[in-house]
Design a protein around this ligand. Structure first.
Ligand SMILES: Nc1ncnc2c1ncn2[C@@H]1O[C@H](COP(=O)(O)OP(=O)(O)O)[C@@H](O)[C@H]1O
Ligand SMILES: [Mg+2]
Length: 262
């Protein structure tokens, strides 16, 4: 992704920033161009193309709808959507959470016990998300279950994926109680500062869904590395200690074989 340059900022976006903003480029994923505003706690995110700009609009909506939820999330500052150079693009400004991503932090944390504490803390944050009432505005208009939506999308995919889809249709996994999910719950979207999680970012995939999706992404290491021993148990310990419903806790304990505490 090309780094964002200050000269590219649309007027509407400049209106939310200090005069003559300087930008600093963080480590980032591939779908958006993200920049920090130097000297102000603001993040600018540009997403190009119809699909990506729609995700940015959804992220803005999610941050607005969840603003009063008590979840640790950035504050939405503004969204600007425009046609530019023959393409639809969205500019999203949000508050910057202090610290760095948990993925970065774990890369330089050698102590196994400290690493497990981070996984437990992420589990607890996941539980808080999954215990949050789903705002009506985050329910897609046609509302089949999350699993059906994924199936519908993947039916148009390659033959190999279609084989997998057929198998999934046959061996449908047991139905999880649907909750609010983050939808892209990887450790680079968890921001940590000092010894604590300062918040969760990148909410463009949020909505009603299968909480196992967030659990799976949180426990999927980068690249080919195996998940370290104890990480899943620590995460699930934190998760089951969180405020999730009794029904979901029972489901998770059965699905993942978590031993009940006490
Ligand atoms: N609100 C924020 N507070 C702190 N850091 C952020 C924030 N938004 C983005 N970042 C940093 O920028 C990176 C990419 O931003 P993100 O919104 O996750 O975009 P992408 O869709 O590319 O993953 C994050 O992993 C994080 O390091
Ligand atoms: Mg991200």
């Amino acid at each position: 992704m090309e780094p964002l340059r200050a000269i590219e900022l649309p007027e509407a976006v400049r209106g939310w920033l200090p005069a003559d903003p300087a930008l600093e480029i963080p480590d980032q994923g591939s779908s958006a161009s993200v920049a920090f505003v130097v000297g102000a706690p603001i993040v600018v995110k540009r997403m190009r193309g119809v699909l990506e700009s729609t995700v940015a609009e959804w992220e803005y909506r999610a941050l607005v709808e969840l603003a009063g939820s008590g979840l640790p999330i950035p504050t939405a500052i503004g969204l600007h959507v425009r046609e530019h150079a023959g393409e639809r693009e969205a500019w999203l400004c949000v508050s910057r959470l202090p610290g760095e991503s948990l993925q970065q932090r774990l890369r330089r944390e050698p102590d196994a016990e400290a690493r497990r504490r981070w996984y437990a803390a992420v589990g607890e944050v996941a539980a808080r998300i999954h215990a949050t009432p789903i705002p009506d505005a985050l329910r897609p208009e046609d509302s089949p279950t999350w699993f059906d939506r994924v199936l519908r999308r993947t039916r148009r995919a390659t033959e190999r994926v279609q084989d997998l889809v057929m198998r999934l249709v046959r061996d449908r996994p047991p139905h999880a109680p649907e909750t609010l999910i983050h939808g892209d719950f990887t450790l680079d979207n968890v921001i940590v500062d000092g010894d604590a999680i300062s918040g969760v970012i990148d909410w463009g995939g949020a909505g009603p869904g299968d909480p196992r999706y967030d659990v799976t992404l949180a426990l999927s290491p980068d690249g080919d590395a195996a998940l370290e021993p104890g990480a899943a148990a620590a995460f699930l310990g934190g998760y089951c200690a969180g405020p999730i419903s009794k029904q979901l806790r029972r489901f998770v304990e059965q699905t993942y074989g978590v031993r009940a505490v006490g």
